[in-house]
Write a protein that binds this ligand. Structure first.
Ligand SMILES: *Cc1c(COP(=O)(O)O)cnc(C)c1O
Length: 427
C-alpha cells in the first residue's frame, strides 16, 4: 500500500473500532469512493464488494435515485422531531411498509438501529401483556441466534458464542433452546414452551437464516412450527428480519417465503439501501390494540430522539421505489444461481465441510478457521472485499453486482480458499 491518508494514522489513535482488539488490529483499508458494487481505495485499487457493508447496500453505492431523494430532502427538511410534528417521508414510508409487509403488520415504530428496534419489540411484547393485566416478562430464543449488541438483545443471542458470553449472569436470563428442526429439538422446544409458557412474553427468532451466527439456514417448516407453537399457547412471535428483509432470500421478506405473519417484526439494514441508519419495529393490529385505550398509562413510552429521521426515511422511500421499478428480486434469483455454480468447486477443497447458497447469500464453511487476518488480506490482494468470520467465508453481494464481477468474486473466493487451505494445512 502506498498512499495512506494522514487522517487514517492520526484517527487510529482515537477511534474505537467494532468487534476489534485494538492492540493487534491491522490498519483498516481507507475507502475513498463507492459506486455500484465497487469500492475504491486510497491507493487507487478497486475492490468488488462481496459484503454490501454489513448487508445494507443492496442497490450498490451511490445509487443516483437514492442520492437525489436524500439531497432533495436535505434542502427542505433534514430532520424534525416526531413528537407533535409530522413530516411527509416518515408518514409515507409507514403507509408503504404496511402495504408491503405480510398480513396486518401495519403499525410502524421507528428507531435508528437494528438492536434498538429489537429492544423496542421486546419492550412492546412485555407491555402488551402488562396492559392486559398479565405478567409475561421472559423470552424464548434460539441457539445460534443474533439480535443485537445492546443489553436486552444480548440476552436473546446465543449465550455461549464468543461475542457476548462474557455477559452471562449480567443480562437477564432467558430461555434459549435449539431451533426445532428434528425430532429431539422439536420435543425440547415444545417442552420449554409448555414449562415456561406462563412467563414467556414472546419467542424471538431470525427467519430462515441465522446471519451473524454463521449464515446457518433452516427450512420454512421450522419457522411455521414456531408460529404454530406460539399460536397454540397464545404467545407472541417476534421475527427479526433485520438481515433477511428486503429481498436477500429472493422474496421481499423471509416471512413471505415461509407464509407466516409474526406478531411483531423488526427491519433495518437494507431498509435505506445502506445510505442512512434507520430501523423499524412493526406490530400487527392486535398487538397495537393492547396499547390503544383510554388509559395514558397504556401508551408505549419510547421515543428515540432521531426516530423517523427525514433523510433516512427519504432514503428508505427511494429504496422502495427501486424495488418497484428495477428487477431486484429477479437479480437475487440470478445471483443465487451464479453463487451455486461459482462456489461449487470449493466442495472438493480439503478442510471444507459445507458449501451452501440461499438467495443472495453464498457460504463456504471450513472445518476450522486459522490465521484469519492473513486470509482477509489474501482476499484484498485478489481484488475482492469479503470478511470471513467464525468458520465461514461468505458473500452477500449488492443485488446490482454485474455478472462479471460476481464471477470474479466467486472465483476469488474459491481460489484464495484453496491456496489458503493448502498453505495452513487444513484437511
Ligand atoms: C445486524 C442485526 C441486528 C443488529 O442491528 P444493528 O443495526 O447492528 O444494531 C439485529 N438482528 C439481526 C438479525 C441482525 O442481522
Amino acid at each position: 500500500m502506498t498512499s495512506n491518508p494522514d487522517w487514517l494514522a492520526e484517527g487510529l489513535n482515537h477511534i474505537w473500532l467494532p468487534y476489534t482488539q485494538m492492540k493487534t488490529v491491522p490498519a483498516p483499508l481507507p475507502v475513498m469512493r463507492g459506486r455500484g458494487a465497487r469500492l475504491t481505495l486510497a491507493d487507487g485499487r478497486e475492490l468488488i464488494d462481496g459484503i454490501s457493508s454489513w448487508w445494507t447496500t443492496v442497490h450498490g453505492y451511490c445509487h443516483p435515485h437514492i442520492e437525489a431523494a436524500v439531497k432533495a430532502q436535505l434542502e427542505t427538511l433534514p430532520h424534525v422531531m416526531l413528537g407533535g410534528l409530522a413530516h411527509e417521508q416518515a408518514y409515507r414510508l409507514s403507509t408503504r411498509l404496511a402495504a408491503l409487509l405480510p398480513g396486518d403488520l401495519s403499525r410502524v415504530f421507528y428507531s435508528e438501529s437494528g438492536s434498538v428496534s429489537v429492544e423496542i419489540a421486546m419492550k412492546m411484547a412485555v407491555q402488551y401483556w402488562l396492559n392486559k393485566g398479565e405478567r409475561h416478562t421472559r423470552f424464548l430464543s434460539f441457539t445460534g441466534g443474533y439480535h443485537g449488541d445492546t443489553f436486552m438483545t444480548m440476552s436473546v443471542c446465543d449465550p455461549d458464542e464468543g461475542m457476548h458470553s462474557l455477559f452471562t449472569g449480567v443480562v437477564p436470563d432467558q430461555i434459549v433452546v435449539p431451533l426445532p428442526r428434528d425430532e429431539e429439538s422439536i420435543a425440547a422446544f415444545e417442552a420449554a414452551m409448555d414449562k415456561h409458557g406462563a412467563e414467556i412474553a414472546a419467542v424471538v427468532t431470525e427467519p430462515l437464516v441465522q446471519g451473524a451466527g454463521g449464515m446457518v439456514f433452516h427450512d420454512a417448516e421450522v419457522l411455521r412450527r414456531i408460529r404454530k407453537a406460539c399460536d397454540a399457547r397464545g404467545l407472541l412471535l417476534i421475527v427479526d428480519e433485520i438481515f433477511t428483509g428486503f429481498g436477500r432470500l429472493g422474496q421481499m421478506f423471509a416471512c413471505d417465503v415461509a407464509g407466516i405473519v409474526p406478531d411483531i417484526m423488526t427491519i433495518s439494514k437494507a431498509l435505506t439501501g445502506g445510505t442512512l441508519p434507520l430501523a423499524a419495529t412493526v406490530a400487527r393490529t392486535h398487538v397495537f390494540e393492547a396499547f390503544y385505550t383510554d388509559q395514558p398509562g397504556d401508551a408505549l413510552m419510547h421515543g428515540p430522539t432521531y426516530m423517523g429521521n427525514a433523510l433516512a426515511c427519504a432514503a428508505a422511500n427511494a429504496s422502495l421505489d427501486l424495488f418497484e421499478t428495477e428487477p431486484r428480486l429477479e437479480q437475487v434469483a440470478a445471483i443465487e444461481e451464479s453463487l451455486a455454480e461459482g462456489l461449487a468447486p470449493a466442495r472438493d477443497i480439503p478442510g471444507i465441510v459445507d458449501v451452501r447458497v440461499r438467495g443472495a447469500i453464498g457460504v463456504i464453511q471450513v472445518k476450522e478457521m486459522r490465521s484469519l487476518d492473513d486470509l482477509k488480506a489474501r482476499f484484498v490482494e485478489a481484488g475482492v472485499w469479503v470478511r470471513p468470520f467464525r468458520d465461514i467465508i461468505y458473500t452477500t453481494p449488492p443485488y446490482v453486482v454485474g455478472e462479471d464481477d460476481l464471477a470474479a468474486l466467486t472465483r476469488a473466493m474459491v481460489d484464495v480458499t484453496r491456496k489458503w487451505a493448502s498453505d495452513v494445512g487444513l484437511a
